[in-house]
Write a protein that binds this ligand. Structure first.
Ligand code: BTN
Length: 317
């Protein structure tokens, strides 16, 4: 891809391509075919040479870097055509000393992980599967606010790209369109009792999926299904990294930012206040939501009094 992009104005022979990447012409043909199955438009064949017909919508560092210069993510973007789980890759990299701002992107995940041991459906080149490494000087108790801020960053990126997209947040970490989920966030960390060593924020966005496996059809959607149009994953991914950078900078530099994040989260999360909900935690209970507490947990008024939800799944009653 890199060589094809560098020679985008000319037809490049199979021999030249093979020399540039240190392989054989038959391997070049195999790679070209593989890129075509990912939706990359490449004109030509082994005898005529090859040329890119259009800039591909792949999450390549070469395409994303120029759009995120000046953020903590600039210069730290890693891309995989196929990964097990980008969160696992990021956790391993962080443990080995990867710098803050390292980003791991995949076109496809074969073992994408969701919260509560769920799998995350990660169809090839249809979604954004992104994990970032952060090293905030925060106590572990403040990490929930950071993960709520990541949800806000997704909401911002989507609505900045299309102000008419009816995206809503759902506590703690989902982003929905008309009640169906198109984004989930899995935040994992390594910490001591009072200090975070590193955090991995893993974000999965269903962007251009046209269908889902039967078991997800009721609950999942994509931006394409929700808005009726194709989205550029490159532009959305860059917008996401920029809004994440803004939210994160505010959180670590500005003492009033956490309260602001909670207030803005509530503004965009209609279920967080005044909704009759069922909570699947501690045997399950029901009540009416009363907003977030100062640490970001969800308050629910029950017949027995006010309860705080720490990690359970919350559903509309
Ligand atoms: C959820 O809602 O259950 C969280 C889903 C998180 C999925 C993302 S995709 C990128 C990153 N890598 C993973 O294995 N999971 C997260």
């Amino acid at each position: 891809m890199r060589v094809l992009m560098n020679y985008s104005t000319v037809v490049i022979s199979g021999t030249k391509l093979a020399q540039e990447i240190g392989t054989t012409r038959s391997e070049v043909w195999r790679l070209v075919q593989q890129l075509r199955t990912l939706g990359v438009e490449i004109a030509g064949h082994p005898s005529s040479g090859y040329q890119l017909s259009a800039v591909p919508d792949l999450l390549l560092p070469e395409l994303i870097e120029p759009l995120v210069r000046g953020t903590i993510f600039g210069g730290h973007i890693h891309h995989y055509y196929r990964a097990g789980s980008t969160n696992n890759i990021a956790l391993e990299a962080a443990a080995a000393g990867a710098p803050e701002g390292s980003v791991f992107l995949a076109e496809q995940q074969t073992a994408g992980r969701g919260r509560g041991d769920h799998l995350w459906h990660s169809a090839e080149s249809a979604g954004i599967y992104c994990s970032v490494v952060l090293r905030p000087k925060l106590p572990p108790a403040d990490v929930l606010v950071l993960s709520l801020a990541a949800g806000l960053a997704v909401h911002e990126a989507v609505t900045e790209s299309d102000a008419t997209a009816p995206a809503e947040l759902k506590w703690p970490n989902d982003v929905l369109i008309r009640g169906k989920k198109f984004c989930g966030i899995l935040t994992e960390m390594s910490a001591e009792a009072t200090r975070v060593r590193y955090i991995v924020v893993g974000i999965g966005i269903n962007v251009n999926h046209e269908r889902f496996p039967a078991e997800l059809q009721e609950s999942a959607t994509s931006l394409r299904l929700g808005t009726g149009r194709h989205w550029s994953r490159v532009d959305l991914c860059a917008a996401l990294l920029k809004s994440l950078d803004r939210e994160y900078a505010a959180l670590i530099h500005d003492s009033g930012a956490a309260d602001q994040i909670l207030r803005r989260f509530e503004e965009h999360a209609p279920m967080a206040r005044g909704a009759h909900v069922l909570v699947q935690e501690n045997g399950g209970f029901e009540g009416v939501t009363e907003g977030l507490d100062p640490r970001g947990f969800l308050r629910v008024r029950t017949a027995q009094g006010l309860r705080v939800v720490y990690s359970g799944t919350v559903r509309l009653r």
